[in-house]
Every structure is written in structure tokens, then in C-alpha cells.
Design a protein around this ligand. Structure first.
Ligand code: SF4
Length: 419
């Protein structure tokens, strides 16, 4: 029999400790419900919002917040005087099944502090996933956080049961890691990433040849970097992300703004939380690299080391490259249209299809979903109604900022004026 009061207490501690890890959005898993098992992890599952805007829930906990390491930026570091707890393997399994049956969750995100050593901890994480899959026939989503330094054998086993595996990079650079997490070694993170990459390629090939070949982490691998705990600029951060996308076939890199939790001299002061907008701009830049065909050095480079916090990175790039505009929307290639501010991937594809039938004007573009207030400065179409050819990049930025400011003021509740 489970002692639910005790479990409840552990849950409070270990769910709270897990909230600093943002890397549990998931996508791409197609694990089907077979043999009347429990759960069904379909495309785009995420504990908050999927890429298509759907909100799903994962049980997100640590197996334990005991840790032998002392990473300065982490609440679970060994020198921090906090309440500690640890679940047993069976407790996590029971909790997951129980929550799943009650429809509270669609899957599990499981991470952990390091108990004794990497393999000792990783072996327990793998055991949770194995029990869920083999003893409970659980088909919900499982994301396991891999412990840096875990052996290839355990990574291999983890891949057979988890949908997604991730190893946190923690700091964007090796120097940052040395400064704040001296117990950790960058190679201990990179080695399992390399192993996973090779196994993922191998299993994809096997799957092509043998339909019945076992699945291996079908939602791939991801990683997370803490932003703002060390002085790296956006140039360093996005170059690191780009390297890991290219060299390790990452599905996602997550950017987690440092939450000040300690007055350790190596860290920024307690009142210096990373502004949410910096995280947002990094995610927007990340999307430009993954879906819009931008090279990382077009977005940030030695002369533009930081993303502009006032405007999104695509608009910022366009303003720095005014010689490339205006673009004729009725003639330009898809790759060129994708670079126009105010036009997303779907709208760009619709434009290319729709113009086969007739030349597009502003009204058509509006119907397609183009944000005319931004795109109008960068395109020509089959009408010159909105065109402004006499503006510099700086003028355009000012116009767009003024417009979004006045929109904000218009929609602001009038409550304050009562006082
Ligand atoms: S190893 Fe992980 S849990 Fe332990 S202190 Fe470092 S970041 Fe925290």
C-alpha cells in the first residue's frame, strides 16, 4: 500500500524542484496505443503548449533533489539548505499510472539530481520507463532527462522506452560551465549526445529495412541552456545552439532565463532576472534558423552581438538589409518570401500557390494572413495603395514601434482613468 500523505509531500518538493527545467516540450512522437495499453502519445505533445498551440500536460518531477554536485545556478545544489526527498522507482510508476488513469496527465517528464554517480541515477530513471512500458503497457509520452556521464548501455536502454531523451548543456560555453558547475565536464554531456545521434540514425535506417525494428527515442533528443547566469551574448548562445542542431541532430534547443536564487558572487545579483523578452527573442531567432532558412550569422554576428529586444529578429534583419527590398510578391521565390517581415511559413506557402491563379493585391494578402502593418514596407504587389518607398530602416522601425504602442494603448483597460 502506498502512503499517499508521504507521496504527496515528496511530490510537492520534487515537482517544485523540477520547474526550473524548461526542456520538456515535445513533438514528433507517434507511439500508438496498442494491445489496449494505457495512453496514446501522438504528434506534438508538450507539457504546456505544442507547436500547434495545443495544451497538454506531463507529470514533471525529479526522482530526487539530492545531489552530489554543487552547480551554483541550481536550487538542488548540495550546498543549498533545502528540504530533500527521493521517490522510489515504484512510487514514480504508481504516481504516473494513477494520474494517467484520472486523466490528469498525458505523459511523464522525469529528471533527477545525481544520487551517487551518473550510472546509479540513470539506471533508476531507465527502470521507471521500462516498468511503465513493459509492466503497465503505458503508451503515454515519456521524456527522460539523461544524466551527464551515463554509460552508452544505459543510454541505449533509455532510448528503447522513452520518446525523447535530453542532456542539458547548462551553460552556452565551456568557460561558463567551469565557472558555475566545476564538478561538471562538458565532455560528459557531449558524449551521450553523440551516442544518441548515432543510435537515432541507425534506428531510422533499421526501421526503413525492417518494419518491426524496435523504436528508439522516436521524438529525438533535445537540450537546454541557462541564459543570463554567465555573460555570454546572444551571438555566443545562438552559435552554440546552431552547432548542436547541426552536429547532434537536436530536435530542440531550449533557452531558460536564469532565475536568481542565490547571492553567490559568481552569479548576477538577486534583482537581475533575465527579461522574458530576451528568451522570446532567442526562440524567434531559433525558429528563423530552423524554419525560415536563415544562417545564424545573418541574425547575430560580431557587429550585431545581441538581438534587438524592441523588435523581432526577422524585422531587425530586414531593416539592416534594406537593399534587398522591396520584393515583388507575385514573382519572388518561396525562400525570399519567407524572409519578409509579417509573413509566416504558412502564409508564404499560400502566396506561392494562390499567385498561380491571379496576381495578388493587398486584399488577397490580408486574406492569406499576412501582417500588412509590417510587410507593407518590404513588398510590392498588384496595387500600390500602401506603398512607402521613401523610408529608411530607422524610420520603419519607428513607425512599427509607434503603431504597436498605440494599439497597446487602445486595447488597454480604462480602469486607471477612474482614479
Ligand atoms: S547536477 Fe543537476 S541537480 Fe545537481 S546541482 Fe548540478 S544542475 Fe543541480
Amino acid at each position: 500500500m502506498m502512503d499517499w500523505d508521504r507521496i504527496q509531500e515528496k511530490l510537492q518538493i520534487l515537482a517544485d524542484a523540477a520547474k526550473y527545467d524548461v526542456s520538456c516540450a515535445s513533438s514528433g512522437s507517434k507511439r500508438k496505443n496498442e494491445n489496449n495499453g494505457l495512453g496514446n502519445a501522438s504528434n506534438g505533445i508538450c507539457h504546456t503548449y505544442t507547436e500547434d498551440g495545443r495544451c497538454v500536460s506531463l507529470l514533471k518531477i525529479l526522482l530526487t533533489n539530492h545531489c552530489i554536485f554543487d552547480c551554483a545556478y541550481c536550487v538542488s545544489r548540495k550546498s543549498n539548505d533545502i528540504k530533500r526527498a527521493a521517490f522510489t522507482v515504484q512510487e514514480v510508476v504508481d504516481l504516473t499510472i494513477n494520474f494517467y488513469r484520472r486523466n490528469y496527465i498525458e505523459g511523464l517528464f522525469l529528471s533527477s539530481g545525481i544520487f551517487k554517480d551518473a550510472d546509479f541515477t540513470m539506471e533508476r530513471l531507465v527502470r521507471v520507463a521500462k516498468k511503465l512500458r513493459t509492466e503497465h503497457n503505458f503508451n503515454g509520452y515519456i521524456h527522460l532527462k539523461s544524466i551527464p556521464g551515463a554509460s552508452d548501455e544505459l543510454m541505449q536502454e533509455a532510448g528503447l522506452y522513452a520518446d525523447r531523451l535530453s542532456v542539458n548543456l547548462e551553460m552556452p560555453t565551456e568557460e561558463g560551465l567551469k565557472l558555475l558547475a566545476p564538478d561538471k565536464n562538458r565532455q560528459d554531456m557531449i558524449k551521450p549526445m553523440g551516442y544518441l545521434k548515432n543510435q537515432l540514425i541507425l534506428h531510422t535506417e533499421e526501421k526503413k529495412l525492417f518494419k518491426k525494428a524496435p523504436m528508439f527515442a522516436p521524438a529525438g533528443q533535445s537540450t537546454q541552456m541557462v541564459i543570463g547566469a554567465t555573460p555570454e551574448n546572444d551571438h555566443h548562445i545562438l552559435f552554440t545552439a546552431n552547432h548542436f542542431y547541426k552536429s547532434f541532430n537536436m530536435k530542440r534547443v531550449y533557452y531558460s532565463g536564469y532565475v536568481p536564487i542565490s547571492n553567490d558572487k559568481r552569479l548576477p545579483g538577486l534583482n537581475t532576472a533575465v527579461p522574458m523578452v530576451r528568451e522570446n527573442r532567442l526562440y524567434q531567432a531559433d525558429w528563423l534558423m530552423r524554419f525560415y532558412g536563415f544562417k545564424v550569422n545573418e541574425i547575430v554576428n560580431d557587429s550585431v552581438p545581441h538581438l534587438d529586444l524592441d523588435i523581432d529578429p526577422k524585422l531587425s534583419w530586414a531593416i539592416r538589409n534594406m537593399q534587398l527590398f522591396p520584393v515583388d510578391i507575385n514573382k519572388a521565390d518561396l525562400q525570399v518570401i519567407l524572409r519578409i517581415p509579417g509573413i509566416g511559413v504558412l502564409s508564404a506557402q499560400k502566396i506561392v500557390k494562390a499567385r498561380l491563379f491571379s496576381k495578388l493585391n493587398w486584399e488577397n494578402l490580408k486574406q492569406i494572413g499576412v501582417a500588412i502593418n509590417r510587410a507593407r514596407y518590404f513588398i510590392t504587389c498588384n496595387s500600390n495603395a500602401f506603398e512607402r518607398r521613401d523610408l529608411t530602416g530607422t524610420n520603419i522601425k519607428q513607425f512599427i514601434l509607434a503603431e504597436s504602442q498605440s494599439k497597446y494603448l487602445k486595447n488597454k483597460p480604462s480602469q486607471l482613468s477612474l482614479f
